[in-house]
Ligand binder design. Structure first.
Ligand SMILES: [Zn+2]
Ligand SMILES: [Zn+2]
Length: 435
């Protein structure tokens, strides 16, 4: 069967299984789970992959689950991913009444389209035309949430990274992977479309603690050291850095005070802040991070309080692979004409697939069929055809291009890819960032 005929057959199959795919998305919507807790979601993914008779591996980075489709011969490995976790927003009508978890980042459509791509490629006679393997992966913990819970998992030795893909990188899951793809919901865009080439920020999270000296706030303030004053000066000193940030770097520093003192008549001696330092490139983040550290330390120095800054490595900025973008754009146009390869431009958000994009070729197109902004109670899917069915086709078609004809395209993509970091450099960087 020629590649063109195979693509047609796979798309027809995805159309036939449309209702099943949408049912998966809606089942996930009704049982949202937060990162590293995706037990029911992983069971759902496993059940669907088993229906396709794919060999399963589970418990990957605690909750990850994969099914593998093997082609006719050994060759490159392509991973099709769907993120399983939700965000939290108690006000959402979609929220779990107990945990507040809700699928307001559209990860339910990611998983459904990942499974949809599998449904299209399995049982249509695709495997004998493909060389290598396709892994369909339900990924854990993309949203950077419940940090204390995850730090607890780290302390118990269950994970080493807060982000699921970071953890999978660390575990070696991607060591033999030649290319990875996934889709992500785009906010407030009901009309069918694919948006390519999005750039996003990376970030570093910081916890700042000022330790001063308590004293009676009325009778003996001179005997105290006011940690809240240190924090106020620290925040103002951060503001004084802003004119040094380059516009193109899209630096965002947005501190909050999480503890401002204990009681009103004692000089505050324990004041805590959190902030992210976001930016478009690692160099820009590190530059801003050093300035922010200096500024917060100045606050402590000014009043004589001790300043303790703890960094937690966030996510790296995302780089969409050029060749994968071309392949996806071509298939997007075949499915949707000009709207199949719109430019997404710069997104302020951060994604853990950014880390992976430093190591292997990755594509992360945005897909539509939604109303409301991401992470808000208003976000919801309005058109499952655009949000699930078309993305499933897009990914299945890209897999065919990569692995048909002896897997030459996947090999070319891998060969022409210039990693920004080796895995060893990545792990070293993460360690350095977390100091
Ligand atoms: Zn999100
Ligand atoms: Zn997301």
């Amino acid at each position: 069967m020629a590649t063109k005929a195979l693509k047609k057959k796979v798309c027809e199959r995805i159309d036939q299984r449309r209702d099943e795919m949408i049912r998966v998305a809606q089942r996930m919507l009704k049982q949202p789970e937060l990162g590293y807790r995706e037990v029911k979601t992983a069971a759902l993914v496993k059940e669907e992959l088993q229906k396709l008779n794919l060999p399963i591996r589970e418990g990957l980075a605690l909750t990850g689950v994969e099914g593998t489709l093997s082609g006719k011969e050994a060759g490159p490995t392509v991973v099709v991913m769907g993120e399983m976790d939700s965000v939290m927003e108690k006000k959402s009508p979609l929220a779990d009444p107990v945990t507040g978890a809700a699928h307001l980042c559209g990860h339910h459509i990611q998983v459904a389209s990942m499974l949809g791509a599998a449904m299209g490629l399995v049982g249509t006679g695709a495997a004998p035309h493909l060389s290598g393997r396709v892994k369909f992966l339900g990924c854990p913990a993309e949203e950077y949430l419940e940090i204390e819970y995850r730090l607890g998992l780290m302390a118990e030795g269950k994970i080493s990274f807060l982000g699921g893909k970071q953890e999978l990188i660390n575990l070696g899951y991607f060591d033999d992977v030649d290319a990875a793809m996934m889709v992500h919901s785009f906010a407030d865009t009901p009309e069918p479309a694919f948006l390519m080439n999005a750039a996003g920020n990376g970030f570093l999270a910081k916890f700042i603690r000022y330790e001063g000296k308590p004293s009676h706030a009325g009778a003996a303030p001179h005997r105290g050291i006011n940690a809240l004053n240190a924090a106020c000066i620290g925040i103002m000193a951060v503001h004084a850095q802003r004119e040094t940030f380059q516009d193109d770097d899209a630096i965002r520093v947005h501190p909050i005070i999480t503890k401002g003192g204990d009681v009103v008549n004692v000089v505050p001696s324990d004041v805590r802040l959190e902030t992210y330092v976001r930016g478009k490139s690692l160099d820009a983040i590190l530059d801003a991070s050093a300035k922010v550290d200096r500024a917060f330390k100045a606050g402590g120095d000014a009043v004589g309080a001790a300043t303790k800054i703890t960094n937690i490595a966030g996510y790296l900025p995302i780089f969409q692979d050029r060749n994968l973008t071309e392949i996806a754009s071509r298939n997007g146009r075949a499915l949707l004409g000009d709207r199949g390869a719109l430019e997404a431009g710069f997104m302020g958000g951060s994604f853990d697939v950014g880390d992976l994009s430093h190591l292997i070729p990755v594509i992360h197109p945005f897909v539509t069929g939604t109303e409301g902004h991401l992470h808000t109670a208003e976000f919801h899917v309005t058109d499952y055809e655009a949000a699930v069915v078309l993305p499933a086709k897009l990914m299945a078609l890209c897999v065919i291009d990569l692995l048909a004809d002896g897997g030459g395209e996947a090999r070319r993509v891998k060969k022409e890819f210039q990693p920004r970091l080796t895995k060893a450099q990545y792990l070293e960087l993460m360690q350095r960032l977390a100091q």
